[in-house]
Design a protein around this ligand. Structure first.
Ligand SMILES: NC(=O)c1ccc[n+]([C@@H]2O[C@H](COP(=O)([O-])OP(=O)(O)OC[C@H]3O[C@@H](n4cnc5c(N)ncnc54)[C@H](OP(=O)(O)O)[C@@H]3O)[C@@H](O)[C@H]2O)c1
Length: 307
């Protein structure tokens, strides 16, 4: 297919490269132009403006958040203004349910088609064509996008005719993952403070009751305190929990655990965690428990007094 790709960040770079490898004709745009070059070396056509990505069958957006998608779609010479009649906008970012609804209406009014197709999987999965794609939109439009999804992911799950359904499913999934990270952090703080080796504890639990890769991978990151470089940055994690709560509020669904997670992310960001991976909320329970802090009455306090 002849496709435009907008947003060459941690995820988009690998996804666009896989479209090229599958033989699609890909035109790439990124706000920061330097990120275009490696893909051009792999055969992509560079676009200097958003509008130059919109001449084909479809345009894919893989941008950070609602504000980024709004500026690219509704801004000057944005996707809405220039995408041809009948062409598809495939929005793969994790955005709000409300923006997805707004996009569906705006594209329909402009006689364009719209599919929401957010993904599960980290940048390594994007490179390895291992993403799970959650797609929603008119069934014929989702079908028309199949060759693109097959090039980027290992499996595509159509979840409904209304695009916003896919965004809600994606947000709920990230809420679950963040809950796992928080739970792992608390359990590891508990056993850690009692002097139990975190690695051996994790081996025990992830080879018996909790065998999902999620527990293994995030558990290891927390035990090893390995939060840089960020594959999924903490501000994006905070964004997803905020959007989960907004969707929950609109549907009148109390989610006390999501409220707690939101505060965890705010704590992480307030303490300078902007550049860390979102799994760094998993170290907060240990910090709350005083692990890693100098003991009370230690040298520093005695030497410098309490002034
Ligand atoms: N990373 C993951 O593990 C993961 C997994 C699943 C889903 N997601 C979702 O996928 C999306 C992309 O994530 P990512 O990790 O690739 O993010 P990222 O590395 O931060 O990349 C964000 C992209 O958005 C662009 N951008 C940001 N603000 C913009 C604006 N106002 N106007 C135009 N472009 C703008 C950035 O351009 P510049 O290069 O100019 O900054 C960059 O291309 C997010 O919605 C995220 O929640 C991420």
């Amino acid at each position: 297919m002849n496709v435009g790709f907008i947003g060459l960040g941690n995820m988009g770079t690998g996804m666009a490269a896989n479209l090229l490898r599958a033989g699609h004709h890909v035109t790439v745009y990124n706000r920061t132009p330097g990120r275009v070059r490696p893909l051009v070396e792999e055969g992509a056509h560079p676009a200097a403006r958003v509008r130059d990505t919109c001449g084909g069958d479809a345009v894919i957006t893989m941008l950070a958040d609602d504000a980024a998608v709004e500026s690219v779609v509704f801004g000057h010479e944005g996707v809405i203004d220039v995408l041809r009649d009948g062409a598809v906008h495939v929005s793969m970012s994790t955005i709000s349910v409300a923006l997805s609804e707004r996009l569906a209406t705006a594209h329909a009014n402009a006689r364009q088609r719209f599919v929401a197709a957010p993904v599960f999987g980290r940048p390594e999965a994007a490179v390895a064509r291992k993403l799970f794609i959650v797609a929603a939109g008119a069934p014929d439009v989702v079908d028309a996008c199949r060759p693109l999804f097959d090039a980027m992911g290992q499996q595509t799950f159509p979840v409904g005719d209304e695009p916003k359904t896919a965004n809600l499913v994606k947000l709920s999934g990230n809420f679950l993952i963040a809950s796992v990270i928080e739970a792992l952090g608390e359990a590891l703080a508990l056993v850690g403070k009692a002097g139990i080796d975190g690695r051996r504890y994790l081996d025990l639990l992830t080879s018996t009751l909790f065998t999902a890769p999620l527990y293994k991978n995030y558990g290891r990151q927390i035990v090893e305190q390995r939060f840089e470089p960020a594959g999924f940055a903490a501000p994006l994690g905070e964004k997803d929990i905020r959007l989960t709560l907004a969707a929950a509020e609109a549907l009148r669904v109390p989610m006390p655990l999501a409220s707690l997670l939101r505060d965890r992310f705010l704590t992480l960001l307030a303490r300078g965690g902007e550049a860390l991976d979102w799994s760094a909320i998993g170290q907060l329970a240990a910090k709350d428990a005083g692990l890693g802090d100098p003991p009370a009455g230690s040298e520093t306090e005695q030497e410098h007094g309490n002034g």
